[in-house]
Design a protein around this ligand. Structure first.
Ligand code: WT7
Length: 644
């Protein structure tokens, strides 16, 4: 990789940046490394308001159940809204929202404040209070962050379920959390059509006795069932609500939200995030990575249903007092220039998206961005998966006009905020590398024994020790928290990604080392997909792998062995894909179903997915097959398939 092209920040960018030059970055990094508690204490004082100061910055007495800012009282909604309303920012746009059909709303910090407080009063009136749990299942409308912030204001732990998840997936989350309320909408818009959400809620609630109230925001106006006594219209409830509702003084360690993500088993993990430390590190990363200035318009084009949206559409930008753009719909509706139209219309300065989106734009063609004036852009970001250098170069040239640095940000649902990224006014960029850890993050690439690998080598990505925005546990499963993440190497967080450290010390994240796939920047579990497939009456056995895909990074390929009474057919393949769509969500449907008479297994019965991967990528098996139980299986792996 000696020929890596390097892009140093321009002198103009460096001159105006919050962190100017590598020396300034090094200085911050060293300060944090030398005394993490003093460093994070300083960040906490500078960036966040507290009702009561902390006794201790870090309590590591019960590691890995670390606690941050113990004894302190604070409130996320207060820090996102109230403290800005007390300043000149009161009439600054907090959220610029555009619906897919083209409708728009601009909410100033004051307006957001009123709406959040009125909605919080509804929750109080219905009897919910600090410590209760709410499920939020909504399209990308302003009422989604409003609902989140109202929960945060009262200390009601929320769990946002991405609108693309099915009723089955929704049900599992409601049950796991024993949520008392579901906040939803009739539906939302996607590619000119409506996605009906309330129907899915109704289906899920058949088995969810904990839920006693459902609030329905009317987005599409389509007719939905309303169960008397349980279901309420958002508009009806809000009419008489007063505009003030004090923010509850919460413990720094009060759980703000639980977000479910796929792991290596069939059951998703509930990632638990708390309040104080999350606020501190999130606000810090906004400043360092996105270099935000008060006059910036910032747009993270993700969905609030994933962690990217929690941290970098809702909480991060509002903590920073930023103007955050939010768009409801598809990037190619009504035409593939929608994103660039939005960038030009609102003069977006900082734009953050995923490599999958960028690759889709490359396919659509340069003429779409070229239709629009993108000169307001000054900084670009990427997140969710490794960005291939070709996509990086295109993003840099066609969108950034070779003027905008690109921050390739590595992090996870578990980490809460960005962990490895360039600082745009400091780090010389290498396309495809997330570059260096942020101040306060002791990321490393190590071998199996935990020794740092030499420059030029690959290994496991880890983080040495705790960080403030880290998840605190897995909902209802602290043992799994310890076992999955903190048991591989003493005192270290095991990320689950492979990485390379190059000759210059740059970190290149290579992808997962476990049975987790990354499809379009979304985490997908082989086990979860497999257990969904075997629940179908026709399936005897299934093995799922992620195959390289030009557009989505990885694509789901399922090998399926049918019960003897079933015959492979294109129809059955389509049925199985739809089945997974119904069980998890449309976005999880396998790209390909391959029927096979048997699956390659070790003598102990473990499916050898590595061999399946070789069959898909190279059409043959080249690796070691000595542990294979029945060699003839390989020859019998048929390629009968139906493809999307
Ligand atoms: C996994 C986390 C963080 C929000 C979106 C995904 C992969 C994420 C990068 C990047 C290479 C990346 C990793 C990670 N990943 N960002 N910049 N370069 N890989 O959140 O669903 O929790 O997935 O996404 O494999 O472990 P997530």
């Amino acid at each position: 990789m000696a020929a890596d092209k390097i892009y140093p920040p321009s002198p103009e960018f460096v001159a105006q940046a919050h962190v100017s030059g590598m020396d300034a970055y090094q200085e911050l990094f060293e300060e944090a490394k030398a005394d993490p508690e003093a460093f994070w204490g300083r960040m906490a004082q500078e960036r966040i308001d507290w009702f009561k100061p902390w006794d201790k910055v870090l309590d590591a007495s019960n590691a890995p159940f670390y606690k941050w800012f113990t004894g302190a009282k604070t409130n996320m909604a207060y820090n996102c809204i109230d403290r800005h309303v007390k300043t000149w920012r009161k009439n600054k746009a907090a959220i610029i929202w555009e619906g897919e059909p083209g409708d728009q709303q601009i909410l100033t910090y004051q307006e957001l404040s009123r709406r959040v407080q009125r909605f919080a009063n509804i929750l109080l009136k219905l009897g919910y209070k600090t410590g209760d749990r709410a499920i939020i299942y909504m399209p990308m409308v302003p009422e989604l962050p409003i609902a989140m912030l109202a929960c945060a204001r009262l200390g009601i732990t929320h769990s946002v379920v991405f609108g693309g998840f099915s009723s089955e997936a929704l049900k599992m989350r409601i049950q796991d959390l024993e949520a008392g309320i579901v906040i939803t909408a009739d539906g939302g818009y996607r590619r000119g059509r409506t996605v009906r959400l309330k129907d899915a809620v109704d289906e899920a609630l058949v088995d969810c006795p904990s839920v006693t109230n459902v609030i329905v925001y009317r987005r599409t106006g389509e007719k939905v069932e309303m169960q008397a006594g349980r279901d309420h219209d958002w508009e009806d409830l809000i009419t008489d609500m007063p505009e003030t509702c004090p923010a509850v003084e919460l413990d720094a360690e009060h759980p703000l939200y639980v977000l479910y993500t796929s792991g290596t088993t069939g059951k998703p993990k509930g990632i638990v995030h708390t309040t104080g430390g999350y606020q501190v590190q999130l606000a810090s990363s906004m400043k360092w990575v996105f270099d935000l200035k008060d006059e910036d318009t910032y747009w993270c084009a993700a969905d609030v249903g994933w962690v990217t949206g929690h941290s970098y559409i809702v909480y991060g930008p509002l903590l920073a007092g930023t103007t955050s753009v939010m768009y409801e719909g598809a990037p190619d509706y009504p035409e593939p220039d929608r994103f660039w139209r939005i960038c030009a219309k609102y003069s977006v300065n900082v734009f953050y998206t995923s490599p999958t989106a960028i690759r889709a734009f490359i396919k659509f063609g340069e003429h779409f961005p070229n239709r629009h004036d993108l000169s307001s852009l000054r900084l670009l970001g990427s997140v969710g998966e490794p960005i291939n250098p070709a996509a990086w170069e295109w993003y840099h040239k066609v969108i950034g006009h070779e003027r905008c640095p690109i921050v390739d940000t590595w992090w996870q649902t578990e980490t809460g905020s960005i962990m490895i990224s360039a600082l745009p006014g400091a780090t010389p960029l290498k396309p495809g590398s997330a570059t260096f850890p942020l101040p306060g993050v002791l990321a490393d690439v190590v071998d199996m024994d935990g020794n740092s690998v030499p420059k030029g080598s690959e290994g496991y990505l880890i983080v040495r020790g705790p960080w403030p925005s880290m998840f605190r546990t897995l909902q209802g499963d602290p043992d799994r928290f310890v076992k999955t993440y903190w048991s591989q190497l003493d005192g270290c967080y095991f990320v689950g990604d492979a990485a390379r450290r190059d000759e210059d010390g740059y970190i290149w994240v290579l992808g997962r080392v476990d049975d987790v796939m990354n499809v379009s920047g979304h985490r997908m579990s082989t086990a979860e997909l497999e257990s969904s497939l075997v629940r179908h009456e026709s399936v005897a056995e299934a093995a799922v792998i992620g195959a390289p895909d030009e557009l989505t990074g990885q694509a789901v390929i399922a090998f399926v062995t049918l019960k003897s009474t079933y015959e492979p057919s294109d129809e059955l393949a389509a049925t199985l894909r739809d089945w997974v769509g119904h069980e998890i969500g449309k976005f999880a449907r396998p790209k390909q179903i391959r029927f096979s008479e048997g699956l390659p297994k070790t003598r102990s019965g473990k499916i050898m997915r590595r061999l399946l991967r070789e069959i898909v990528t190279q059409d043959k098996v080249t690796g070691d097959v000595t542990t294979l139980e029945d060699l003839s299986v390989l020859n019998r792996l048929s390629t009968t398939s139906g493809e999307d």
